[in-house]
Design a protein around this ligand. Structure first.
Ligand code: SAH
Length: 346
């Protein structure tokens, strides 16, 4: 028996086929096992019933399946479910199931903690420990798909990368996970139903455009004025709005797909006319729409949701400039599952 066995899901399909050939078996065995690992999301070799006992034992001797484990599940009065997900090395992330109308959305994490320092976000208080592996991202989706079927009688319909972490700082693994999620060999979901949300890393937005990704892009904008944005999202100092704007223009030129801006309005921070004017102007650079997100207080009380009046000011200005704007109510607030509240409290 090997020490330090390799996670079998780090192998590509071809590598798995080659492994079986080297073992004197058929390449086809690799396909069978691959199907168990991904589309059937098996957690143990014993589940692989169309593979002989001897082969299962041989796999057991050589590999592990580093699956995630739901440590705690909390259900909100509004149907939202928050999972505390334990990883194979004992670290924890959170993922959320959000039911809305006929849809179920999975909000998944891409990193343990976060390397960014957005002042209003609870996750930023956690140190970034490590990136999630593709299978750890994929598993969160599989778990929520099962929960959706169990509690809401329907499969998962949408995925948003708005949990813990900055997905573009773990780009390769996020991309690999999405490949599996969208592939017929995985969950076969449409990339049109996936949104990757970023605080706006210009270089990576350009890379995504070059890679011709098929999922949707959301940018956490929160202010279109540099010094205001830097005060709440300090990394804006390194990636100022002009650079973000150029990267988004590049994205649109390459993909022809509009961008969603996420935007929270805080009292005394971005609730003046000049903030509205700047946002309207910014929205005109690239075809885009705005999602205004309700602020979910994190315990220090430094930031407060702006008045209804300022919110109305924003929606009126955007609409009169023919920019689509949605106002999003938060879900799962009673269990700290809403945007920006994921902080491993449980
Ligand atoms: N790092 C990525 C994804 C995680 S955050 C990003 O920045 O986009 C997901 C969304 O929740 C972002 O739009 C973020 O700005 C928003 N958010 C963070 N804290 C929040 C809070 N306390 N209330 C409301 N939205 C918040």
């Amino acid at each position: 028996m090997k020490e330090n066995k390799k996670d079998i899901r780090s192998l590509t399909k071809q590598q798995l086929r080659d492994f079986f050939l080297e073992e004197g078996d058929k390449a086809f065995r690799g396909d069978q096992v691959y199907e168990w690992l991904w589309s059937k999301a098996a957690y143990s070799f014993d589940e692989m019933t169309n593979v002989s006992k001897g082969t299962r034992q041989m796999l057991e001797n050589n590999f592990v399946i580093n699956h995630i484990r739901v440590d705690a599940m909390q259900r909100s009065l509004d149907g939202t479910i928050k999972n505390a997900v334990k990883l194979h090395d004992g670290l924890t992330v959170e993922s959320v199931l959000i039911p809305t109308g006929s849809r179920t959305t999975a909000c998944v994490s891409s990193q343990v903690g976060c390397s960014l320092d957005c002042k209003f976000c609870a996750t930023s208080r956690l140190k970034r420990m490590r990136n999630l592996n593709p299978d750890e991202i994929y598993d969160q989706v599989v778990v929520i798909d099962k929960q959706s079927k169990l509690y809401h009688n329907r499969p998962l319909s949408n995925i948003v990368f708005m949990g813990m972490g900055e997905p573009l700082m773990n780009y390769n693994n996020v991309l690999k996970a999405i490949d599996k999620i969208t592939s017929p060999e995985g969950l076969g979901m449409s990339p049109k139903r996936i949104v990757v949300s970023t605080s706006g890393v210009p270089k990576m937005i350009r890379k995504m455009a070059d890679d011709q990704v098929k999922f949707n892009l959301a940018v956490s904008l929160h202010s279109a004025i540099d010094n205001v944005r830097t005060s709440i999202m300090p990394f804006n100092e390194t990636f100022p709005l002009a650079e973000l704007r150029e990267a988004l223009e590049y994205w649109y030129k390459k993909t022809n797909r509009q961008i969603t801006y996420e935007y929270v309005i805080w009292k005394g921070i971005n609730d003046c006319q000049k903030d509205i004017d700047a946002l309207v102007k910014f929205c005109k650079y690239v075809p885009s729409k705005v999602n205004i997100i309700e602020y979910n207080p994190i315990d220090d009380g430094l930031y407060q949701q702006a008045s209804q009046e300022s919110l109305d000011g924003y929606t009126r200005a955007l609409e009169s400039n023919r920019i689509v704007v949605n106002v999003r109510r938060s879900r799962g607030k009673d269990i700290d599952a809403a945007c920006g509240q994921l902080a491993n409290k449980t």
